[in-house]
Design a protein around this ligand. Structure first.
Ligand code: AMP
Length: 283
């Protein structure tokens, strides 16, 4: 598996691929690759001639007190997974390659998309995400980039950023991959104790229950999702558990458009997020 750390080296390579008329797909990740990342990589493999997986634990999207230092780093295993999925190369820059000395330009994410959900609880997070993704897309110049629906707000923010910065890459949102008991797979699930891991399955159950109620036109009180999670996972510190407009991400109490039912909570050492989208008129 070819590994490149230098942005300039990748840029030269992708220029040649563009000249030869081949398509490029990119899967941006922070490594610690698991089944869910694999599904993104496998899809990107099918849809592109040349596949790049980026692995970079981006310091600027972690807030003070968050798990930047302890975030799992499993590069050897990641290489094996990329190789099994037939990726063409891994772009895995060091921090100094990405943020040159004197780095002074960041993408400032303002506007309604970051008024609620995770943005409210992780100040600066999406600016860090938008900056690093803009850089990764500029370096790898892909035709298509693949992201997971699990990070729902992240996808909307990146969509906005690419529009605003005239980046032509097509963004593809891939379905959430879950464990057999429904818990959304995450590199952070390994922080959970056995008891917490069991309780965590309740998040998806609660989201699904609300989704069913919305689909069948039942009444839902504003706090019912929050209460359902709080009652079943008493140790959780819930950042939010609510229903949002699927495009604009503000909280809604009427379900006339597509909505995303989403929750984020801290349980032990892990911060867990999950969501279910309910489309208008779709079962
Ligand atoms: P990460 O390295 O965990 O930040 O994630 C890299 C990409 O994988 C992001 O686009 C995530 O949304 C996606 N991803 C992570 N976990 C899942 C999951 N359980 N299902 C679908 N996509 C996921």
């Amino acid at each position: 598996m070819k590994v490149i750390k230098e942005p300039a080296q990748i840029q030269q390579l992708v220029d040649e691929i563009h000249k030869s008329g081949r398509s490029i797909g990119v899967v941006p990740t922070m490594g610690a690759l698991h089944k869910a990342h694999r599904s993104l990589i496998a899809r990107a493999r099918k849809e592109n001639d040349f596949l790049i997986v980026t692995i970079f634990v981006n310091p600027t999207q972690f807030g003070p007190g968050e798990d930047y230092k302890s975030y799992p780093r499993t590069f050897k295993n990641d290489q094996e997974i990329c190789s099994k999925e037939n990726a063409d190369l891994i772009f895995s820059p060091d921090e100094e390659n990405m943020y040159l000395e004197g780095h002074a330009t960041t993408v400032n994410v303002a506007g309604g998309l970051t008024d609620y959900m995770c943005a409210k609880h992780r100040p600066g997070h999406y600016s860090g995400v938008a900056t690093v993704v803009a850089k990764l897309l500029n370096i790898t110049k892909p035709h298509r980039a693949y992201f997971g629906q699990k990070d729902y707000q992240q996808f909307r923010v990146i969509e906005r950023m690419t529009k605003d910065l005239n980046i032509k890459t097509k963004l593809i949102s891939c379905p959430i991959v879950r464990e057999n008991d429904g818990l959304a797979i995450s590199s952070r699930n390994k922080y959970l104790t056995k008891k917490e891991r069991k309780q965590a399955t309740y998040i998806y159950k609660a989201l699904k229950e609300i989704a069913l109620k919305i689909k069948s036109g039942q009444e839902i009180s504003v706090s019912s999702l929050y209460k359902a999670i709080a009652d079943n996972i008493p140790e959780a510190e819930i950042d939010y558990a609510d229903i949002f407009d699927a495009k604009k991400l503000y909280p809604v109490t009427e379900f006339k458009k597509d909505v995303v039912i989403a929750a984020a909570l801290r349980l032990g050492k892990a911060r867990l997020i999950d969501n279910v989208v309910v489309k208008k008129g779709v079962d």
